[in-house]
Write a protein that binds this ligand. Structure first.
Ligand SMILES: [Zn+2]
Length: 183
């Protein structure tokens, strides 16, 4: 996710269509069928037996603090474009969730974060499908603050200066708790 300008962005309806499953097998090109396997109806290839599992996406976010302030990024992409959220993003394969949180923080804010604990694990659903969000807390240890990747702006906020437009229920919940001094 380093060259976001080179990537294409799906429209809402295109993203929703991905939930319907493949028409053709990505391995052997045969027409996929609906079939009950592993307890529910899934898209299955009758020729090579490829099964399409439509799984939740796993992402991480980090509540990173510096001198009593929390690091937020302004979203430049949907969902919730224009709202503020904690730095974070989806896991890559062969990456630990802690490494994802550190990488996403670096890409979106230019800052290095040390993970100090787990806050909670959230489940959500939206038009792109369902997801699990692992929320860490951490402290900023270095770097130069600069918005990057899919962040349009980045800032450090005190409990008194938090923006009103926070994206995602998980972020709203965690930042409200942080404002009350729970972390
Ligand atoms: Zn196949």
């Amino acid at each position: 996710m380093t060259n976001s300008n080179d990537e294409f962005t799906l429209t809402t309806s295109e993203a929703a269509a991905l939930r319907l499953g493949f028409s053709y097998c990505p391995r052997c090109r045969a027409e996929m069928i609906d079939k009950k396997v592993y307890g529910q109806v899934r898209r299955v290839c009758p020729d090579c037996r490829f099964v399409q599992f439509i799984d939740p996406k796993v992402g991480t976010a980090v509540l990173a603090e510096k001198e009593g302030q929390v690091l937020l990024v302004k979203r430049s992409m949907d969902p919730a474009r224009g709202d503020w959220c904690l730095p974070g993003g989806f896991m890559e394969i062969w990456e630990t969730p802690q490494a994802t949180a550190r990488r996403e923080c670096r890409e979106e804010t230019g800052l290095e974060v040390e993970i100090t604990g787990l806050i909670d694990v959230f489940y959500y659903e939206n038009y792109r499908g369902s997801g699990v969000l692992i929320m860490y807390k951490g402290i900023i240890t270095g770097g130069q603050m600069q918005a990057g990747d899919d962040a349009g702006a980045v800032g450090l906020f005190s409990a008194e200066t938090l923006p009103k437009n926070i994206a995602f229920d998980s972020n709203v919940q965690v930042l409200a708790a942080w404002q009350n001094g729970e972390f």
